[in-house]
Write a protein that binds this ligand. Sequence first.
Ligand SMILES: [Zn+2]
Length: 419
Amino acid sequence: MTVKPLIILALGLLPDPAGAQTAPAEVEVGQSLPAWSEGELDIHHINTGRGEASFLVFPDGTNLLVDASGKTVEKPPFSLPTRPDASRPPGEWVARYVRHVLPPSRRTIDYALLSHFHGDHMGAIVEDSPPAGEGDYRLSGITEIAEHLPIGKIIDRGWPDYAYPKPLKSRTVTNYRQFVEWQTKNRGLEVERFEPGRADQIQLLRRPDAYPQFEVRNLMANGIVWTGLGSETRALFPPIESLSPGDYPIENKLSIAVRVTYGKFDYFTGGDLSAAGDETLSSADAWKNVETPAAQASGPVDAMKANHHGSWDANSAAFLGILRPRVIVVTSRAEGHPAVNAYRRMTSQATWPGPRDVFVTNVSPATFRTTYGIEDAASTQGHVVIRVAPGGASYRVFVLDDADEERRVKAAFGPYVSN
Ligand SMILES: [Zn+2]
């Protein structure tokens, strides 16, 4: 089948192009997305069907991998099929995507950020996870990606002791620590603990002086949130010593959140942060709502990754009403993503008035039948790429075909004006 190319003259759709510094490149539906160019900020939400992985290319070419997708332990809700297909593990698909995006001269991941220690974000180690080529650890997710591409620095929420709120001893984390130790000794990997409040832990490495309007702000991790003043933080959780182990914050609520700013453009990503823990959340458990403080620290954004794959317990009305995103990307990986209630909150004018487009990387047949209105989403299958124009005044969204590695543009949206 031949795909008829449709030339989209993006500039013609821009209501007020005065803020844009350069005319956007032409993008043809049915063709590959033109490569990133200096000055652009690209945010790729890579769909493997098996977890979450985003890849950001900053205006000077510095890059950041946020989470690593990876094999998950099979339990309901069931994972979706691997994309493009099951011939390779998800981590390898992510590595191949990243290698395709990076210019041949720069095939290194500068920063890898692990939002939290769950298999769908870092790669679960299961019975049949293969051994590394060298090093005493096994491959899945982040460890698999490192087998294909060198990583400069990993930032996670647990280094160096991995002991909050209690020692982390799962097979997956134990394997990850062996990987970190080996890579540090033998490959020059650097590892740091994520520090909430800072705006200089993740920075432009090549031409920082050329882009003073660019910033990655560390908003939250381990229940410590930026106050908005300097790099000050405050604690959301009661002292751990005052809690019984059964009441410790669960892993999702310890997720790392960051805000990426480029001129007027802002983007929020917060792993699997959630509002509720269960339906009986009482006022005494109010500290378990980590979403609203994360949104307050961020302030309104243009675009966001939905928390927790659009699950029922995340993306509360309060959270969304503060962020008020024009573009929401739901990185679904299982049946029930996005959940009917979460999707309604994302789309309802009662949550906040105004237009918004919701892009979903995957929707299972079961979810199509139960998440009412999902057919009106801007997309329901494919990688979602946000491309911010030089200077940050406007951005576009492209949906790429995830059926193969041609990654042809299925649809193009925008330009949107950054606010
Ligand atoms: Zn997750």
